[in-house]
Design a protein. Structure first.
Length: 259
């Protein structure tokens, strides 16, 4: 029994004794120059299109693997490997209450076919309780299917994981924004009842809109914005904003988060 490279499948040469490698039974993936044979039609990985050469693309999972597939791959990877810039905020509009995640931004919908995915809209607030006198929720535009959140940070990580759109990442939000939380912050806070059981705080933004989009640190002294959660930085001072995140690794000795 011999395992063949996928590039040998349907290449016009019968490599198997029974010629099964040339039968038209193999699933395909992609469009145009990225159209290729795959082992399963369940997923289609995103690719980087090469300026020239054969096969003319490299799957993102294989990018920066040390092989010069595209002709300029090593040059691109050498630049990215020394970059520490990460993006923690997502595209917003509507006074910040409409968030567009991933490829669900206007102008990027044309790449939907790469993931065979569609965009959906959800209304989000944490916790999902009834707040007396306040009905302000964030409108999220995000993919319908689950995503790999290991390379997401800040708002992208929070909104994707807390809407159960992450494959292996749980929502990092856990502490309720109770009225007595973070007492030295938000002097303009407004209190209201949640589920007629406990008092929470909101802050007032423009046009009489209210928000409670704050991460309450375990120390109950500090609150931070969602963009500062799971961003590889200890913004709380007690690391509670990074403990539940799956997008980094913390060394035991130096406590240096690694991408």
């Amino acid at each position: 029994e011999l395992t063949l490279p996928l590039t040998w499948i349907r290449d016009g040469i019968e490599d198997c004794v029974n010629g099964i490698d040339e039968l038209e039974i193999w699933p395909t993936c992609g469009k145009g120059k990225s159209r290729r044979l795959v082992t399963s039609n369940k997923t289609c990985e995103n690719v980087l299109l090469c300026p020239s050469g054969d096969p003319g693309y490299v799957e993102l999972n294989d990018l920066c693997d040390g092989l010069e597939t595209c002709g300029n791959e090593k040059q691109m990877c050498s630049l990215s490997q020394h970059s520490s810039t990460i993006f923690t905020s997502v595209s917003s509009k509507g006074n910040g209450f409409v968030k567009q995640l991933s490829f669900c931004m206007k102008g990027l919908r044309s790449i939907n076919f790469l993931k065979k995915d569609n965009c959906t809209q959800e209304r989000f607030i944490f916790p999902d309780h009834h707040f007396f006198g306040v009905d302000t929720k964030t409108e999220l535009h995000l993919p319908e299917s689950t995503q790999n959140c290991e390379h997401m940070f800040g708002e992208q990580y929070v909104f994707t994981s807390c809407t159960e759109k992450c494959k292996n990442s749980a929502c990092p939000l856990k502490n309720l924004p109770k009225y007595d939380a973070c007492p030295n912050q938000y002097p303009n806070r407004i209190g209201t009842l949640a589920n007629n059981k406990y008092l929470v705080f909101f802050t007032k933004s423009r046009e009489n809109l209210f928000t409670n989009s704050y991460f309450v640190c375990d120390n109950n002294v500090t609150c931070i914005n969602y963009s500062e959660v799971c961003d590889l930085i200890d913004n709380c001072g007690d690391r509670s904003d990074e403990l539940a995140c799956t997008n980094g690794f913390t060394c035991d000795s130096a406590l240096i988060p690694l991408l």
